[in-house]
Design a protein around this ligand. Structure first.
Ligand code: ADP
Length: 290
């Protein structure tokens, strides 16, 4: 995923995995991929020249359980010491000039931290301004027998990934970075959704096309998720459509709207990918039966 940008910037991109690390481990693949993706894209983004590397080192084992240290290292711009504690906060960027030069939303590391907490791990960083950075975490995981495919965990005759692909979904999210993460997750699940950047766009798209599932951010400019859902529910064919609200804070107002049926359910951001995947799978299964 990162080779083309690295090549464009003439960066070396390397990976090293200790030979004692098993080829298959049991963990949440989606979360681990997302974490490594976030760290690697930052490393490539914030490194004007030199090298980016991914290392997985063995930190011992007990029976089938391996302790591994993952690290993403770069020779980039580094992070000033007084900023190192805040980079994991939502919307923080080490330097306001970073935004102008490198773009970004300041959410990636906050999400990464949260993801790793879900796996019982903690992200750490060592960095020197002008020299480079090393983001690392340890993970304990058992050796796996063989890769578990989605189909193996689904009851026979239920939705298969190819049928899931067919769900007509709409992703409504104003924040480009959040949209990107959701899009990445969806594409990892072999799905592709139409997109809208605010509530009004969502209503306009729903007028033109019958969606079976809408993932709807709540706080958005132009028209928020509440108004958008109300207007969409009034459109023909949308009375029972699954509308999943995505929000960072679960207020009483949102709970009330789930009870009233405006939203089918709520997922708290940063949501748990596996839970969301399970729900989308169920909705796709139901929609495809109809
Ligand atoms: P974004 O990259 O969208 O700004 P992140 O949460 O991923 O948001 O990162 C927050 C900030 O941390 C970045 O804006 C940057 O200042 C700093 N940062 C993250 N990774 C690196 C890195 N590898 N090298 C230097 N600075 C970094």
């Amino acid at each position: 995923m990162h080779t083309s940008v690295a090549r464009e910037k003439k960066l070396e991109l390397e990976s090293h995995i200790d030979s004692s690390i098993p080829e298959i481990i049991v963990t949440d693949q989606m979360i681990l991929s997302q974490v490594l993706h976030n760290l690697l894209s930052n490393a490539v983004k914030f490194t004007p020249e030199g090298k980016v590397s991914l290392e997985v080192r063995s930190r011992g084992r007990k029976g089938k359980k391996h302790r591994m240290e993952f690290s993403v290292n770069d020779t980039g711009i580094g992070i000033p010491a007084n900023k190192i504690d805040i980079i994991f906060d939502v919307f923080s960027q080490a330097d306001s000039s970073t935004v102008r030069q490198y773009g970004g939303s300041g959410l990636g590391l906050a999400i990464t931290k949260r993801y790793l907490e879900m796996l019982g791990s903690r992200i750490r960083v060592e960095s020197k301004a002008g020299k480079g950075s090393r983001f690392f975490f340890t993970l304990a995981a058992e050796t796996g027998e063989e890769a578990v495919k989605d189909t193996d965990t689904m009851p026979a005759g239920e939705a298969t990934p190819s049928r899931m692909k067919e769900i007509r979904g709409l992703l409504v999210e104003d924040d480009p970075y959040n949209r990107l993460i959701l899009k990445q997750l969806l594409s990892m699940w072999d799905m592709s959704f139409d997109e809208a950047e605010n509530g009004l766009q969502a209503v306009e798209k729903a007028e033109k096309k019958q969606f079976q599932l809408i993932l709807l951010d709540i706080h958005m400019p132009v028209m928020d998720g509440f108004d958008a859902a109300r207007r969409i529910r009034k459109l023909p064919g949308y009375r029972d459509t699954a509308i999943i609200a995505l929000t960072a804070d679960i207020s009483e107002k949102i709970k009330k709207e789930v009870r009233s049926g405006l939203f089918s359910e709520v997922h708290i951001k940063p949501f748990e990918p596996e839970k969301l995947n399970r729900r989308i799978t169920e909705i796709a299964r139901r929609a495809n039966k109809e």
